[in-house]
Design a binder for this molecule. Structure first.
Ligand code: SF4
Length: 293
């Protein structure tokens, strides 16, 4: 899932990294500059990352409903599917990392879930495909490393063959974000912040997710994160399709993320209802709450 193909690696090394080195990033837009404008949070509120980066609601009323009214909403099918696939990827990598031979069926049967909803038969089928893909790739990387590094320790082999922090818990509080963020994946050998999107290619703001997590990572660990990657996972005709988009987390994206955060934080700080959208773009988890207001 998070391994780049040979072509993507070439693009990263020959094109993207030279651009990132040449263009650079302004010091004031590094996460570690959180105590100064423009990164310093203006309001004393804590936002979840999906509300800052998502563009579900054209008027940002979802922010008001979630953070001011504290309504939970009703998870939509794409959200349920996304959560199931993320969980599958996390567990599959962890299974290989621990040297376990757990099968998908064993793991699935051990889950305490609502099988009619959280892991319906359709979602289960997709999750199994993802599980097999992740396990096969990760084991193959370990086999290659074992063959080429005969004197490396087991720990070294695993940590360099699967160089990913997956679902890493991190606090976003320095940037006015929630204290319990969970980033999809950070490749600590190549310094790439990944975000996985399941289903149809989403709204145009998808690059904001790796950007936001890179800023949070920089704010906590004070290491630069210059490269982002969105992994699009689709299932059509019974086959899984994976596409990756690599990009430089440049000043423009960082400024855009700050703009989104500040505008949404203002709504929460003022408790202001932005009103309903004239046209809601997609099935929204707050549809029912919104209609009641
Ligand atoms: S139902 Fe429409 S207006 Fe209401 S929060 Fe959702 S997208 Fe926004």
């Amino acid at each position: 899932m998070y391994y780049l193909t040979e072509v993507e690696n070439q693009y990263l090394m020959r094109k993207l990294r030279p651009i990132a080195r040449e263009v650079g990033v302004s010091e004031s837009l590094r996460g570690w500059s959180w105590s100064e404008a423009p990164l310093r949070p203006y309001y004393d509120v804590k936002l979840p990352m999906y509300l800052v980066c998502g563009k579900y609601c054209p008027t940002d009323r979802d922010v008001y409903i979630k953070c001011v009214l504290s309504e939970k909403g009703e998870p939509t099918l794409p959200m349920i599917m996304g959560a199931a696939i993320h969980k599958t990827v996390e567990t599959a990598y962890s299974t290989v990392r621990q040297g376990l031979n757990t099968s998908f069926e064993e793991w699935y049967n051990s889950l305490n879930i609502d099988r009619t909803r959280e892991f319906s038969e359709e979602i289960k089928k997709y999750a199994e495909t993802v599980w097999n893909h992740v396990i096969t790739n990760a084991r193959s990387k370990i086999c290659s490393s074992l063959a080429s590094q005969p004197y490396a320790s087991k720990e070294d082999i695993v940590s360099t063959s699967i160089p990913f922090l997956i679902e890493h818990r991190i606090t976003g509080e320095l940037l006015g974000m929630s204290g319990v963020l969970s980033l999809d994946c950070y490749d600590y050998l190549r310094g790439i912040m990944f975000d996985m999107k399941v289903g149809a290619k989403p709204f145009s703001s998808y690059k904001l997710y790796p950007t936001g997590y890179a800023l949070v990572f920089e704010s906590v660990y004070e290491v630069p994160v210059d490269i982002g990657c969105v992994v699009f996972v689709n299932f059509s005709g019974g086959r899984m399709n994976i596409q990756r988009e690599l990009f430089h987390i440049n000043d423009e994206l960082r400024s855009w993320w700050i703009e989104e955060r500040d505008r949404k934080a203002e709504i929460v700080a003022e408790g202001r209802d932005p009103g309903p959208a004239v046209q809601c773009r997609r099935s929204c988890m707050f549809e029912e709450v919104c209609a009641r207001l």
